[in-house]
Design a protein around this ligand. Sequence first.
Ligand code: SAM
Length: 295
Amino acid sequence: MSVTESRTAVEHYAARVDAVLAQRTRLRGMHPGGDLFGGLPVDHPILKSDPLRPLDPNLEVIASQIKSDDVVVDVGGGAGRVSLPLALRCREVINVEPSESMGAGFISNAERAGIDNVRIVTGDWLEVDSPEGTVALVNHVTYLTREIVPFIKKLEEACSRRVIITGNSPPPPFWNSELYRLLHGEEEEMVPGHVELVNVLWELGILPDIYVLPLPVASPVVTESTREAAVQGAIGRFLGDQWSFWPLADEHHQCIREVLESRFDELFTTCSRGFTPRWITPGREILITWQPSIR
Ligand SMILES: C[S@@+](CC[C@H](N)C(=O)[O-])C[C@H]1O[C@@H](n2cnc3c(N)ncnc32)[C@H](O)[C@@H]1O
């Protein structure tokens, strides 16, 4: 690409999102829309978490940014994996979340832990009346956020003290790119990650602090004790990592199973505990934070 054709960081970000969505739509058909997590059982790990669990090293770093009198606006807070433990350490948590099933998970996770300083605003961040807080928190939401500039500006308007965004490098929607290639016969388009996001921030005149946290956001490399469990687990995680459980047609289900079974010894390592996927690079979680300039 020549210099005159080069894109701004904001245009590049939108182009990445467009490329991912166009590829998935072409290969899998239109996403059905609606509640992206609606088909999941209530005890699915993405909907159920224990706010009273000990903080892992990454959550320790996030929690170290939170003060006891903070009101945390958790944008796309899901079922409260991050913000419910923080609710035990701050004044209030407000979760702005479009998915009803994530919202229901958030409330039941809070109730089970006896947490009552939390509430939900149901809706898309770009559409809701923004609550006011001191900290705007965004964990693993920005990978397909095409309108990234209004999204960021609204974060700055919503909080007086700090914006905190996390994402994983590589982004979880790209963790299974090798399986994607084997299934669909082409390289997977990669969602924008922390580099693209930081370039957008720089373009907006924001110079954030950037921390590489000790661990990946979750452990996508799971060892299963049987070959069948390893295949089933890989199919399940493939669907989840493809963001919002984009449905897989029956023939694709069949095809991914055939790929995993026929190439099992190439795709999995074997040890005394069982079978572990080889193709995933979990990487590390990245934390991006700055003091908002607006209020
Ligand atoms: C991968 S989940 C992450 C949930 C939670 N932040 C965590 O880290 O466990 C992404 C969440 O972002 C929400 N989300 C996606 N786009 C959003 C938007 N424009 N406004 C608010 N939430 C959004 C989804 O509904 C989903 O709950």
